[in-house]
Structure formats: C-alpha cells, structure tokens
Design a binder for this molecule. Structure first.
Ligand code: ATP
Ligand code: MG
Length: 637
C-alpha cells in the first residue's frame, strides 16, 4: 500500500497523472482530451472534451450489478415513514420526476429550485435535474420567504419543486404559504411549481402554475428518460454558502470534476464500499447533503439514509436520544457523517444511549462544519468506541480539504485537529499582510489553497466571475491564492488546527488571538456546554474578548452569585491555558447562542450587538430569540 505522503505528493507534483487515474472511478460517455486546463487562472477546467452524467454514475451505472440492492432509505421520525428504494426503484422514480420536469418545460441548462424537506422526492428531484442537464439550486427547507425570495431572484428558476410542508419536533411546518410569498416578493417568476403533497398542511394551488407530483408521477409512470450526456464543464448545480460571515455566495459546480471528486473521496477518504450503508445526518440544503447524502454514497454503490427529524426523537414520536444509533444498528451503517453541533445536542442526553445499540458495523464517524472541540470529540469517541474523524471543508470546496484519508492509510487523528491536507489541495499557511509563506510549526496564518484547485471545487460564483476572483483570490497582497478566510496553525507533524475565521481574530494590545483558542479553553470547563467568543472594540486595548456561554444546567442562570463564581473560574482557566491577555473582559451566560440554520455560530452578529452596531444580514439565522438574549446581556453590562 502506498503511504499517504506519497499519494499526496503525486497529486500535487503530477496532477494530470493523478487525476487521470481517479477519472477511471467513474463512467464516461466520451473520454476527455485534457485533464486540467489552468490557462486562465484562477479558473480551472477539468476533463475538457469529455462527456458524462452525474445521475448515470449515481443510479443507472449500478443497475447491472445491484439493481435490487437498497439505494435510498428514507426515514422520518416526524411522520413515522420508513421506506427503502432499491437502485431499480430509484431509477424509476428519477425518470418519472425527469419526465415531469420536462413536461413543465425544463430543458438542459435551465435552473430548477428545490425547496423541500428531507423526503425522498427531494433526492429524486436533484437526480432528475442531473439526468436531464438542468441546474439544481437546493434551498434549505427551513428558510423563510425573504431568504427564499432572494435565492429565487438570483437563480431565476424555470420550475420550483416544493412540498406542502415539513415537520419539526412533531409540528407541521407549512412550506406552501412561504413559497407563494417568496414568489410574490421576487421579480423573477417561475413558470411552474411542482408540489409533493405529504398531507401535512393544506395547500391552495395557483391554477396554471402549480402542479401535483402525485398526478404527474402517475401520468409519467412508465416514462423512459435517458441521461443527457453533458460536457465535463457543464454546470451541475449552484448552492449558497451558510451566510455566517455575510451575504451568502452562490457557489457553482461542474459535472465531471465533481463526479470524479466524489467517487475518489468515497474511496480514499471515507473508505465506503458498494453494498454498504452510509448515513449522513445533514440536510440536502447544505453542501454535505449534496455530496454525502445524495451523490457520493450512490456513486459508490452504497445505500444512503435520508433522515427527517430531530436527533432526539424516536420513530414512535416519543423522545429518544438514541434514534441515530438505532438506525445504525438496523441498517448496519458502516460510515457515518454528522456535525459537532449535533453531537453537542446529544451530549445533553443520557450517555447510556451510546452503548445501548449494536454499533459493530460502524467503522468511523466523520464530523464537519464547525470546530470540533476536544471535550466533545472525546465524549463521543469514548461513548461510541468508534474512531471520530474531524474534517474541514467549505461549501466552496465540495469535499474535505483537511482530514484523514482513511482509505489510503489510517493515520492517527489528533483531537482538536481536522487533520492534514487532502490530495489535490495544495494547502499553505500565509502571513495575512505580507503574503509570506509560514513554514515554522506553530506559526499562525491564513489557510489558503494554491491553484489549480482540484476537481469538485467551485468553478465560480453563479453569474459573477468578478466577485469570485475578487472575493476569494485577491485577499492576500501580491499573491493569487484562494483564501479560505480561516485562520490556522500547523504542528511539527503537519497536522493543521483551525483557530477561527480571519474575521474573528482578536487583537488585544497587539496580541493576535483566534476566537477558537479561547473558546476551546472555556469549553473545557465542566459546566460549559457551548461558548462563543468575539472581539469587541475597546478604546484602551484595541479589542477585548467577550464570551457568551451556555451552561449544561441552565438553572444556574437564576443564581447571580453562582454566575459570578463561574465567570471568575472561567477567566482563571483562560489565564492558565492562554495567558491573561486572552482573558475575556466578561463572561455572560445565555441559554442559547445565535446560529445559522446550518448550526454555525453567528459571531459577527454577536460582535455587532456588543459594539452597538446593526447586526447585518440575519436571513440565515435560526432563532432570533438567541440574539435578543445577547442584547439583553450586553445592555446589563
Ligand atoms: P459564509 O461563507 O456564507 O460566511 P460559512 O463559511 O459558514 O458561511 P460553509 O461553507 O457552510 O459556510 O462553512 C465553511 C466554514 O465552516 C469553514 O470555512 C470553517 O470556518 C468552518 N468549518 C467547517 N468545517 C470545520 C472543521 N472541521 N473545523 C473547523 N472549522 C470548520
Ligand atoms: Mg465561508
């Protein structure tokens, strides 16, 4: 077996040879003439001259060997529905959906916006778009009409696929009124809306515009819609970033590079095998849902679980913090993917739930999306007795940038580190203002990627090449490199540690500190379940750190003396771990922190509130009450 170091070296030194070999993991209609075209940096074209299809590789390709094997397992603890679609079934459903979209006028290159809960029909719609060469734009089903309207405006979809509603914690959430309002707000109007009626909420149909999936599905039940062979560089989809640092960006992806990247990552990183089951707890509204609920596992010939519901609710709708592990046991999941924010929710549950089920099939649990603090990593890894693999990436990259390539060589992971650079990513640490490369272990710098970016990486920002170049490639003086806008260090073994967003770096009297470092120290306190640290302008020191912590036992909030004691303890902890310079000016206690709908801390909003500024774009925020708590705490300072 090659060592990972050699594997990685080849990908950087001989990218053409490396990626030509990876290309054989997928099926092509027409072979490519050129592996990588980087004639016009930073724009990259992978596999020019070739033709393939994402849906063919995810579905049709498997009909020969595994038509009767499970492909999509739709499970909802909200409605109690549990249904397995084989590759053969999936092939049928996707063709019915493709025929319905075509009947509504969708042609190659047209956009189809998908605003759906986590139901099988959402995956059918994505795969159907890929099949006919339409560009899908999935918008997270939890967004309200304002956020949805701006995405309709930007994507200008010919058709919108939606549903009567979703459900959360057993409560139906009607989608249709939000969708109608969003279409009213948008100056672009779709010519048709296709609706899956789950019987959750009443729907008023707009005559001539709205169509029911059940009816079109019947009409096209026996439809045969062959895959369109698409040029390698044809756009497969657009997706918006989480909006943590500002207005979301519309990421655009290609067809062949993405298909190859996913096939390669399933093999080399996730070590998932055909015939096994993959379970990602994300949502199709996020990039993880695109890459590792829908496309990646299916391309690898694996069954994929699509789960609708909370991590704390059983199929009988009663509280059950063990539902995910129950599913792992039942479907013999071998590889699982989740997020630190979800694990922190489980941490509040009875730890006995982690050992109640037979998890012997599970080989690894991958976590991504936010920094994985050491206490959380240890808790879940010891509780489940399964390797926990942190992985760092972005909507922009489409697949992990830093992690451990489990399928190449099982290098040990280090708690607190998402790992090492993945093949194809020429990752560097640069000095933020001089652009100088940092090579000494422990030096802090901006994590950047030197072009050409690997297959699967974003092509550009949808309809805005200039914004793509200016946003991502021009931030370091004198160098054309892709900035992740994350701040990190590398240790002597080459492992990276992410210290927070570049926006979140705090400068206290000339000392530069990552918010993450301070958060890591505070979250080590036994009573803290979660914490956010922001830098706040200070006349004397430039900036000071402010901490907002959620306690495991929120009743302490009513006891002012206990809060004061805890604040002092936490400050002392930071003093010991990082030095007094990092000590937060105040530690405030709240019951919930403001987050995006994808579970990321909205530090910029907290910071703005602390500085008395306008909180900015909050369209992706989950719970407005959380920011109000921050306001209340700040005002009482
Ligand atoms: P926006 O770009 O709109 O501000 P966002 O950056 O939160 O939003 P995503 O693409 O969903 O949108 O998130 C990527 C970011 O999440 C990374 O840049 C990084 O800050 C953070 N992140 C993801 N995975 C990890 C990880 N394993 N460890 C630390 N941070 C992570
Ligand atoms: Mg980002």
């Amino acid at each position: 077996m090659t060592s990972y170091a050699d594997f990685y070296r080849q990908s950087i030194d001989q990218p053409d040879a490396f990626w030509a070999e990876q290309a054989s993991l997928i099926e092509w209609h027409k072979p490519f003439d050129r592996v990588c075209n980087y004639d016009n940096p930073p724009f990259v074209k992978w596999y020019e001259g070739g033709q393939t299809n994402l849906c063919h590789n995810a579905v049709d390709r498997h009909l020969a060997d595994r038509a009767g094997q499970a492909a999509l397992i739709a499970v909802s603890s909200e409605t109690g529905l549990e249904k397995t679609y084989t590759f053969q079934d999936l092939h049928g459903e996707v063709q019915r959906m493709a025929a319905s979209l075509k009947a509504l006028g969708v042609e190659q290159g047209d956009r189809v916006l998908i605003y759906m809960p986590m139901i099988a029909e959402a995956a059918f719609a994505m795969l159907a778009c890929a099949r006919i060469g339409a560009v899908h734009c999935v918008v997270f089903g939890g967004f309200a009409s304002g956020s949805l309207a701006s995405r309709i405006e930007d994507a200008a979809p010919k058709v919108i696929v939606s549903s009567d509603g979703g459900s959360r914690g057993g409560k139906a959430l009607p989608y249709k009124p939000l969708l109608d309002e969003a279409i009213r707000l948008s100056s672009h109007k779709p010519s048709a809306v296709l609706l899956a009626d789950r019987g959750l909420a009443a729907m008023e149909l707009v005559a001539g515009r709205d169509h029911l999936w059940n009816e079109l599905r019947e009409q096209h039940f026996d439809a045969q819609v062959p895959c369109e062979w698409l040029d390698s560089t044809a756009i497969s989809y657009t997706i918006y970033t989480s909006g943590t640092t500002g207005k979301p960006k519309g990421v655009q992806r290609d067809t062949a590079g993405y298909t190859v990247a996913l096939a390669a990552s399933m093999k080399h990183i996730f070590d998932g095998h055909a015939g096994e089951t993959f379970f990602s707890t994300s949502d199709i509204g996020w990039v993880v849902g695109h890459s590792y609920i829908v496309y990646g596992p299916l391309i690898a010939g694996m069954a994929t679980i699509m789960y609708e519901g909370l991590p704390t609710q059983g199929m009988d709708k009663k509280p059950n913090g063990g539902i995910w592990w129950e599913l792992v046991e039942k479907y013999k999941v071998t590889v699982m993917f989740s997020a630190p924010t979800a694990v922190r929710v489980l941490k509040k549950q009875d730890p006995a739930l982690l050992t109640k089920y037979d998890l012997s099939s599970l080989r690894a649990l991958f976590l991504a999306g936010e920094p994985l603090d050491e206490p959380t990593a240890r808790w879940i890894s010891e509780g489940l007795n399964v390797p926990i693999i942190d992985n760092y990436w972005q909507t922009e990259s489409g697949w992990p940038i830093l992690t451990i390539a489990n399928g190449v060589e099982s290098k040990p992971s280090k708690f607190g580190s998402p790992g090492i650079p993945m093949y194809g990513y020429n990752v560097k640490l640069l000095h933020e203002s001089t652009g100088e490369e940092l090579t000494v272990p422990g030096e802090k710098g901006v994590v950047v990627i030197e072009g050409p970016t690997p297959p699967g990486f974003m092509q550009t920002i949808w309809q805005d090449d200039a914004r793509f170049v200016n946003t991502y490639w021009k931030s370091i003086p004198g160098r054309l490199v892709y900035s992740t806008f994350d701040w990190g260090i590398r240790d002597a073994d080459g492992y990276f540690f992410i210290l927070g967003r570049t926006d979140d770096v705090i400068n206290v009297a000339g000392h530069r500190l990552g918010t993450r470092e301070i958060e890591e120290s505070i979250s080590g306190h036994s009573q803290v379940s979660e914490v956010a640290v922001v830098g706040v302008a200070d006349g004397l020191k430039g900036q000071v750190a402010m901490a907002f912590a959620v306690l495991k036992d929120s009743s302490v909030l009513n006891d002012a003396a206990a809060c004061a004691r805890l604040e002092a303890e936490i400050m002392k902890r930071v003093d010991n771990d990082l030095g007094a310079v990092a000590r937060p000016a105040r530690v405030r206690f709240v019951t919930v922190l403001p987050k995006t709908r994808s579970g990321k801390l909205l530090r910029r909003a907290i910071q703005a509130v602390c500085e008395g500024r306008d909180a900015g774009d909050l369209t992706t925020m989950d719970d407005p009450a959380a920011l109000q708590q921050i306001r209340d705490r700040v005002e009482t300072v």
